[in-house]
Design a protein around this ligand. Sequence first.
Ligand code: SAM
Ligand code: SF4
Length: 330
Amino acid sequence: MNTTLIDNFGREINYARLSVTDRCDFRCVYCMAEKMTFLSKKDVLSLEELYQTASALVASGIKKIRLTGGEPLIRNNIMWLIEKISQLEGLEELTLTTNGSQLVKYAKQLRSFGIKRINISIDSLDAEKFQQITRTGKLQPVLNGIDAAIDAGFESIKLNTVILKNRNDDEIISLVNFAKSKSIDIAFIEEMPLGDIVEHDRLLAFCSSDEIRHIIEQTLPLTPSNKKTNGPATYFKLADSHSHIGFISPHSHNFCGDCNRIRVTVEGQLLLCLGNDHSIDLRGILRDMHYDQKQLIQAIQKSMEIKPERHYFNLAEKPQIVRFMNATGG
Ligand code: SAM
Ligand code: SF4
């Protein structure tokens, strides 16, 4: 069997982000509406179905899986799934993106399953501001979670931060210094227009990677780095430290040319691009009475024919992608 996924533009697709829940204990203002209706249980893939999906992805040529959500660590029995996926033959790397709220409980166990790298999202070091941005989150458990991850000995820990103008743009330097003090990395993500939010105007709040880099460079020297992860970040090395500073720039520096990614939502929808609607329904195949893994693999392979060349985001228009990031799997 051909175990490489190549799309119509010659790109090798070897990285999948698998969403294990659309639910979350936070309601970050750029990610969700304040009042959310979450999926009903019957529409959500069971842990067993998620495992079958991961297994078919790997059998199709996926080498790296990142678990995401929603908040992956609040799904019941998630450790069962993580352990099972970590044992899949052919999977070279399993990683996780989390808001950190449950890391005190789970960091050690995650590390013991062979997870080497972990992303933790944090947008503010000020308790009040943190709560305003996450609406329901508390800062201290996340800070404790970051320390628990450091103690657990992950090879790489990266903070993910979304900067919003007049919200947390005054914290860029303190967030970088925080990462430096912990000898971990930090990546700044430009806000994307996924889902219709009313809380702020995405155009007014937008802070480009170049603006952020300029602010950092006024105080802290950055040198280009050849650090590469599976994702689309461009990295710089922070002087006199072990930390790298990443910039994920879906607006200002389109990164589609070397896209190596696909996503699977927790409804079993295989999304070929974050910024487009092209998708394939895997749940129908998984729930077919005569389920056969070969069909799932064939569907994943065939999906390469419809992977779009690139995304087009325009903050001035109403979002064309109506699903929120928590439903997409960030
Ligand atoms: N709950 C986990 C977390 O927050 O890390 C994992 C899921 S979350 C959707 C993954 C990442 O997407 C987070 O770093 C979050 O900041 C980012 N994110 C969410 N909505 C976004 C948006 N509209 N634009 C850019 N990044 C977004
Ligand atoms: Fe939850 Fe992550 Fe979305 Fe925040 S960004 S609401 S933590 S899924």
